[in-house]
Write a protein that binds this ligand. Structure first.
Ligand code: SAH
Length: 368
């Protein structure tokens, strides 16, 4: 490398966004592309990648593993559900678990993941750990995709202040040829293919230095048959679980029921409001059942369509307003939440006041 050129760049290289964010964004883009349901981050440190991934709606299970419990615990509370998650539970389920342990050991809690990420991890491993790492990750965990990132030592001369390694805990830093030969050999042993890329572009004219962070994306060549996976794997747990959060989800009957009841009451209240304002126009004759009269807004248009097409009508009788459940069920959100009319009836039974035959939601005309 030309020394003058090198000195010139040593002063100016600064990544925007910072390199760690580019690495995490790389993983997030991969998640959005392949939509894995279960993702494990090995060497998760302060859980910052997990914090980002919890917003990816395809993910239902997230796990972190680190050999240093203290660094994980520092910010693990930020992985807990927020009040808003309880107020509006998501349709997907999400469980986040943190384990204390080493990537050199196998634990059954690490089985069944679709994507495993090892971001800036391998260079922290001592030689015996690095030797065991491929068997644990590719042989035992055997996810469909593994992402491994590590510093590219060829870039170091361009970084200000880097003497030997970028971090005092690094046990080694590989150049591109070293990383690629290790990755290709690992992929060959465990029937994976690997593609190389990276983040942190070299400056113009220095392309041969390669990316500042080199990345290997490994893809398993053959699908695993579920049975062979579990029967051959040891079951003894060696990791210690230090954190577990189960997010409220509509897949849980208790949250689904709350959501359905709220939605049913909300929908029925709006219909009632439209109906009673019409009713007042007719006068308050208790003998007369007032009919729904469509007005010009969308909601009423939709309701009007239901009345005509399905011959279902909300009505006022005496001091009560009756809104047939069949109408409420036709509203998209209620319909999506419940799936079937029977499920709607089951979820609101005993929780919402119904007409004596159970076919309509009943409100007093005065009450809100
Ligand atoms: N992945 C993080 C930071 C990586 S720093 C990020 O993207 O920002 C490397 C991490 O690996 C440290 O937190 C360190 O405690 C952890 N580590 C080191 N050796 C390990 C081992 N044998 N098993 C699991 N984690 C290990």
């Amino acid at each position: 490398m030309d020394k003058n050129f090198q000195e010139e760049f040593t002063q100016v290289i600064k990544f925007k966004p910072p390199l760690y964010k580019q690495r995490h964004q790389f993983v997030k883009d991969l998640v959005e592309k392949y939509k894995p349901k279960k993702v494990a981050d090995l060497g998760c440190a302060d859980c910052s990648l997990l914090r980002m991934l919890k917003f990816c709606s395809c993910i239902e299970e997230l796990a972190g593993l680190d050999i240093c419990a203290n660094v994980m615990k520092e910010k693990m509370h930020t992985l807990s559900p927020l009040p808003a998650d309880y107020l509006q539970p998501s349709e997907r389920s999400l469980t986040i678990t943190l384990h204390h342990g080493s990537v050199a050991h196998k634990d059954p809690c690490m089985l069944g993941f679709d994507l495993v990420t090892c971001i800036e991890l391998i260079e922290h491993l001592e030689e015996p750990e690095l030797k065991k790492f491929p068997e644990v990750v590719f042989g035992f965990m055997a996810p469909s995709i593994v992402v491994i990132s590590t510093p590219n030592s060829e870039f170091n001369p361009l970084l200000p202040g880097v003497m030997l390694y970028r971090h005092p805990d690094h046990k080694f830093e590989w150049n591109q040829a070293q990383f690629q030969s290790w990755a290709l050999e690992t992929a060959r042993c465990y029937d994976y293919s690997v593609e190389f890329t990276g983040v942190g572009h070299p400056p113009t004219g220095m392309e041969r230095a390669g990316f500042c962070t080199q990345i290997g994306v490994f893809t398993r060549k053959y699908p695993q048959s579920g049975e062979s996976v579990l029967s051959e794997k040891p079951t003894e747990a060696v990791y210690k679980t230090v954190f577990k959060a189960v997010y409220p989800s509509l897949k849980d009957e208790k949250y689904l029921q709350n959501a359905v009841i709220s939605e049913v009451i909300f929908t029925a209240q709006i219909i009632k409001h439209r109906l009673t304002s019409k009713h007042e126009e007719y006068g308050n004759d208790p003998e007369r059942k007032s009919k729904f009269q469509p007005s010009m807004d969308c909601f009423s248009d939709y309701l009007g369509k239901l009345v005509v097409e399905k011959n279902m009508e909300p009505f006022v009788s005496g001091n009560e307003v009756y809104i047939p459940l069949a109408i409420i069920f036709s509203f998209p959100k209620v319909n999506r939440l419940c799936g079937t009319f029977e499920k709607l009836c089951k979820l609101i039974a005993g929780k919402v006041t119904l007409s004596s035959d159970g076919s309509a939601v009943m409100f007093s005309i005065e009450g809100e």
